[in-house]
Write a protein that binds this ligand. Structure first.
Ligand SMILES: [Zn+2]
Ligand SMILES: [Zn+2]
Length: 427
């Protein structure tokens, strides 16, 4: 599948030039030796390994092969302004020439952010097949309470050893599966953007993602037969492909839609006090709710007249948003009106044509049924309901989540369109 990535970079029918800053993406049992050779070839002499309490146990696999310093943030890493400041201090004191993210998603986001801030390269050493963000070029951070993505450096290379990440707690791998399956709705939402607003969609990147999901689903069905290490390797491959697709696309469009907005909303702690869900667990729960909503709405028939009358001014109504988003309302409005005016909202770009309904129904065929998604999540051992991840399990909470999640990003999704059409009518 990595060959497919190279082919897309050579030439793409979409006409865009897709580039990668990540030179190598290794998933192999000799990953550490390959990292050692890479570091030697680059002439780096002072690597700094960034880990947390859970993942520093894997650092000796690296320091046995080459000299490196280690900084382990206390406890379980969280990608916040507090952690990046702590690692930044160590970087100022140690003056490393390369950083190594030794851990799962949050350790990578912290490292990626600090590397970018200090103009340093970084290497990725994933210790769990839990998220698709290892090789991506955006850092997903919780910045002063608001969930934001920052443009930052992707790793110059990634080295993952199945013997390491297959030993991670099973719920981390299950979470990775949730993140991969989330691409079903991400890809559907991308098509919705293309159909409703003429947003560019690269068929090659969409095919690459679909291929990665397909391989994972196949591995899931043969899990007992192929064994856990091979299964975890398939999960990691799919996650790495997804991360590379984000880089090739230049944004997270191929890998993040309404299902991710649900997860981001829960992490903003405005509808809920706290939640215990891992990123991919939340994405899986969000995915199931979103897919159910999409098939339901498309079966009922979309009200195109109402959709074409959506007024971003009514949707982005401060008085309606403030009771929910409170101190984050300014940030939410800035995000949704990137140019400061209603015309800058993604909703203002919607154009309904006589072809719209046919094209949406065509796109819907690529979206599995809610039952099929639920079955895949269960087989992976991933949660399927809000209650299972420490959120309010009531239908009212899920409804409120579906209603407010689209505000997390300006990105157009079918969920955003459905919510906005409803809002425009009420206001
Ligand atoms: Zn393309
Ligand atoms: Zn994700």
């Amino acid at each position: 599948m990595f060959e497919h990535v190279l082919k897309i970079m050579e030439s793409c029918p979409c006409g865009r030039r897709h580039t990668l800053l990540t030179e190598e993406c290794v998933v192999a049992l000799d990953a550490e030796e390959q990292m050692q050779a890479y570091i030697a070839a680059k002439g780096w002499r002072n690597p700094l390994i960034v880990a947390d309490d859970n993942t520093k146990q894997f650092a000796p696999r690296l320091t046995a092969l080459f000299p490196a310093k280690l900084t382990a943030v206390d406890g379980h890493a969280h990608a916040t302004e507090i952690w990046t400041a702590k690692v930044g201090e160590v970087v100022n004191a140690e003056r490393p020439d390369v950083l190594i993210a030794c851990g799962s998603g949050s350790v990578h986001d912290i490292t990626r952010y600090v590397a970018h801030e200090h103009g340093l390269p970084f290497l990725s050493y994933p210790t769990a097949a839990s998220v698709d963000g290892f090789v991506s070029g955006v850092a997903a951070m919780t910045w002063h309470g608001q969930k934001l993505t920052f443009p930052s450096s992707p790793p110059v290379a990634s080295f993952a050893n199945p013997a390491v990440f297959a030993s991670a707690p099973a719920l981390l791998t299950a979470s990775g599966v949730g993140d991969v399956l989330g691409k079903y709705s991400s890809l559907f939402d991308w098509r919705v953007g293309q159909i409703l607003t003429g947003e560019p969609l690269c068929e090659e990147l969409a095919a690459l993602e679909s291929e990665a999901i397909g391989e994972l689903v196949e591995a899931l069905s043969r899990r007992g037969e192929i064994g856990e290490e091979a299964y975890c390797e398939k999960v990691m491959n799919a996650l790495q492909i997804s991360g590379l697709a984000i880089q090739l696309s230049g944004n997270s469009r191929p890998a993040s839609g309404a299902e991710h907005h649900m997860s981001h909303l829960w992490e903003m702690h405005r509808l809920n006090e706290t939640n215990d869900g891992l990123h991919g667990e939340q994405v899986g729960v969000g995915l199931l709710a979103v897919v159910r909503t999409y098939h339901g709405a498309l079966a009922d028939g979309l009200d195109y007249e109402r959709i074409s009358e959506i007024d971003p001014r009514k949707v982005m109504d401060r008085a309606a948003l403030e009771p929910v988003f409170r101190d984050l309302t300014d940030g939410i409005l800035r995000e949704n009106l990137p140019g400061g005016t209603p015309e800058s909202s993604s909703l203002a770009k919607i154009r309904i044509t006589p072809d719209t309904d046919r094209r949406l129904k065509e796109a819907e065929k690529l979206l599995p049924s809610a039952e099929a998604i639920e079955d895949l999540l269960r087989r992976a051992g991933a949660p399927t309901t809000c209650g299972e991840i420490g959120l309010d399990g009531s239908p009212a909470f899920l409804e409120a989540s579906l209603r407010y999640a689209p505000y997390v990003r300006d990105r157009l999704t079918l969920l955003k369109v459905l919510m906005a059409a409803e809002r425009s009518r009420e206001a």
